[in-house]
Design a protein around this ligand. Structure first.
Ligand code: ZN
Length: 337
């Protein structure tokens, strides 16, 4: 079996790897139908997040079950399944509360850019669907992380019908955060983006306004667009100091911020946060909570989140997928074994 391994900054290799096998009775083995490169994969790819040794990559996946362990009851060989990037038992107190990415038994799924994948805690993690037609596969794959994460950003930002929502970040998660806000009934969706192709997609997904300014200028523009008030809901989908402060300062008193960009070097000033008077909620998106609902939206063709994949490559060209995203030639690369 071949899989993707990151050896160091900008050194991605597709190479022979041990074939995954059932290790625990709660495991499933799936044959990958499609996987992809995540914006968060670029942190170690660029060397910003250090890796100690060659590291297998990939945490977004959908595919066909090949084999299940003796205790697995909810999925069976031959079924098409989608799972989240954290395996979860879906029965512990944190799962019950809807925070499956904090599951007491969670395990990160980290070897999905390969042809075959072992998924732990299969009963709690995987959701089966009827076999999809080819054109639905990108959208079903998107649910596995990027759409689920954008959806959580909108949920955490408490987007309500009629609300004004701001999306900070024009990566795939930010774009799908905008689509999610639209589904939740936001009346005004302000996308912050400087890239024309991303602005177009944001508009297609429902953005009503585009703001190109950043930092203080960006905050001033949001205030101007909202009559000096600020936004009801802000989706922070980047994870830098600038993006986080931009989100906090763009939110109206009493408003909410959903932050899903993995923070890198973010330090919040207590006093600024105190006087901002905002709700701050985020973290690794509990995608498992939303899987059934998002699968239905895709099956009913009410949304087309797969539009974020603007590059499709055979899996053995995964290195080009990383390069294209690193150089911002592609929003997101889909990989087919
Ligand atoms: Zn759990």
């Amino acid at each position: 079996m071949k899989g993707t391994v990151l050896y160091g900054p900008r050194d991605v290799r597709f190479e022979e790897r041990p074939e995954p096998r059932i290790e625990k009775p709660t495991d499933a083995i799936i044959r990958i139908s499609a996987t992809c490169v995540c914006g968060s994969d670029l942190w170690p790819y660029r060397g910003i997040q250090k890796i100690a040794k060659p590291t297998p990559m990939g945490h977004e996946y959908c595919g066909i079950v090949e084999e299940v362990g003796s205790e697995v009851k909810s999925v069976k060989p031959g079924q098409f399944v989608i799972g989240s990037f954290f395996a979860s038992d879906n029965i512990c107190p944190h799962c019950h509360a809807g925070y499956q990415t904090s599951c007491q038994r969670r395990e990160f799924v980290s070897t999905a850019q390969a042809s075959i994948l072992r998924v732990p805690l299969a009963d709690g993690t995987l959701v089966a669907t009827p076999g999809p037609s080819e054109d639905l596969i990108p959208s079903l794959l998107a649910i596995s992380d990027v759409f689920g994460t954008g959806w959580f950003a909108a949920v955490a930002a408490n987007v309500k019908p009629g609300a004004t929502a701001v999306v900070v970040g024009d990566g795939a998660v930010g774009l799908l955060g905008g689509l999610s806000a639209k589904q939740m009934g936001a009346e005004r969706i302000i996308a912050m983006s400087r890239h024309e192709s991303r602005q177009r997609l944001a508009s297609e997904f429902g953005a009503t306004d585009i703001v190109t300014e950043r930092g203080e200028g960006g905050v001033a523009r949001i205030k101007e667009l909202t009559g000096g008030v600020g936004a009801d809901s802000v989706l922070e989908c980047v994870g830098t100091q600038e993006s986080m402060m931009q989100a906090i300062l763009s939110t109206r008193p009493g408003g909410s911020i959903g932050y899903v960009g993995v923070p890198h070097g973010v330090e919040l000033e207590g006093e600024k946060v105190f006087y901002a008077h905002v709700h701050l909620h985020g973290g690794p998106a509990p995608v498992r909570r939303f899987l059934p609902e998002l699968i239905d939206l895709v099956w009913e063709r009410k949304v087309n989140p797969g539009r974020v994949f603007d590059l499709v490559l055979p899996l053995d060209q995964v290195a080009e997928g990383y390069r294209a995203m690193d150089q911002r030639r592609a929003i997101k690369a889909l990989l087919r074994p």
